[in-house]
Design a protein around this ligand. Structure first.
Ligand code: KG4
Ligand code: ZN
Length: 334
């Protein structure tokens, strides 16, 4: 019954989680609001906030789990990918703690962890399954044979789905991060009102840069004729942009199901919080005879529980890291 402490600090959330025998006992997340004024995450400010947050966040996670440090059997942390300054804070903290407690250290890949967030709660998908991971930095279709055997079979060639949401939101004059705001305004809009470009790319890869450009040109043209165009049509614009992003995602997912014959399909990453995407995935699953799975919201956006569950499976495999392991901003993954 291993008890693990895990740390996540790859971007702008400082998070710690305690997990015992694969069961999450706590998942504490400190959001950094300091970036809102800048329209995006400022790396230097993110590292400083992580330094301030990390000790209290770990403290709360241990308290919520009613676990003391001497009961911890191993320490997991996000090793890559992410902002290097942010990653280094978590990595350094985890290494120091592993050294002080004389316990094994487990380096976790952030994207593997997003996928394995689907193994935290019931119903868990059976192996093999497919996972569509959609976040601010990544868009991938992953084929999962086991917790340690994952293959990326499709990925974006330019922007990530979350970036497509955030950049479109910026063009609409919405503050960062705009993804959740597009979701909110889309709820009252007509998704068929406007048509934006969809990429024609073979295979399982994605592209979102054409959509962004087509939104930009369309808004430039319309606001020239009517400066209040965005304001007057915000809900329909948000609904149409969201619908286009969802169509692009589901088209490739459909193709992945046809190519692999795998009919258990999971969602992961921050964009899986999107209500339109959740509803569309469920409806798509029913139409296509696929079972679909979406983690609870707190396990979709960046969190340490997904690092803990991944560290747990690595612990079972005795997949430990040397204390000299360092964080890396980019890490090739399969
Ligand atoms: O996985 P995540 O928390 O961080 C990364 O690793 O990137 O994903 C953050 C991304 C942002 O682009 C944000 O706008 C998007 O997820 N996002 C959403 C929603 N909630 C978060 N996009 C659309 N609808 C949402 N409800
Ligand atoms: Zn993430």
């Amino acid at each position: 019954m291993p008890t693990l402490l895990a740390i996540e600090s790859s971007c702008d959330e400082t998070s710690a989680s305690v997990c015992r025998d694969g069961i999450i006992l706590s998942n504490h997340i400190a959001n950094q609001t300091v970036h809102e004024a800048y329209g995006g995450v400022v790396p230097e400010l993110a590292s400083r906030a992580h330094m301030q947050n990390i000790v209290p966040v770990v403290d709360v996670a241990l308290k919520e789990a009613s676990v003391s440090l001497d009961a911890i059997d191993a320490i997991g942390f996000t090793q890559a990918p992410g902002l290097i300054g942010s990653l280094l804070v978590g990595a350094q903290f985890a290494r120091s703690l592993a050294l002080a407690l004389d316990k094994p250290l487990i380096a976790v890949h952030h994207m593997q962890a997003h996928v394995l967030a689907n193994l935290i709660e019931e119903p868990r998908p059976p192996f093999p399954f497919l996972c569509l991971t959609v976040s601010g930095g990544h868009t991938q279709i992953v084929r999962v044979e086991s917790p340690s055997d994952l293959t990326v079979i499709g990925a974006t060639i330019d922007d990530a789905a979350g970036e497509a949401f955030d950049k479109s939101a910026k063009l609409l004059g919405l503050p960062y991060p705009g993804g959740p705001l597009i979701d909110k305004h889309a709820a009252g809009g007509n998704p068929e009102r406007f048509r934006f470009a969809e990429p024609q790319i073979d295979g399982l890869d994605f592209s979102f840069s054409g959509l962004k450009t087509s939104v930009l040109y369309y808004l430039q043209k319309e606001t020239k004729a009517n400066p209040a165009f965005i304001q007057e049509n915000l809900a329909d614009l948000c609904a149409s942009i969201q619908q286009t992003i969802i169509r692009i995602l589901l088209k490739k997912l459909q193709r992945a199901v046809e190519q692999t014959g795998i009919r258990d399909v999971c969602l992961a990453g921050g964009v899986s919080a999107n209500k339109g995407l959740r509803a569309a995935l469920a409806a798509w699953g029913e139409r296509n005879g696929c079972r679909t799975y979406i983690p609870s919201f707190q396990y979709c956006t960046d969190n340490a529980a997904m690092i803990a569950i991944t560290a747990y499976y690595k612990y079972l495999d005795r997949d430990f890291s040397d204390l000299s392991v360092s964080a890396t901003a980019r890490a090739a993954w399969h």
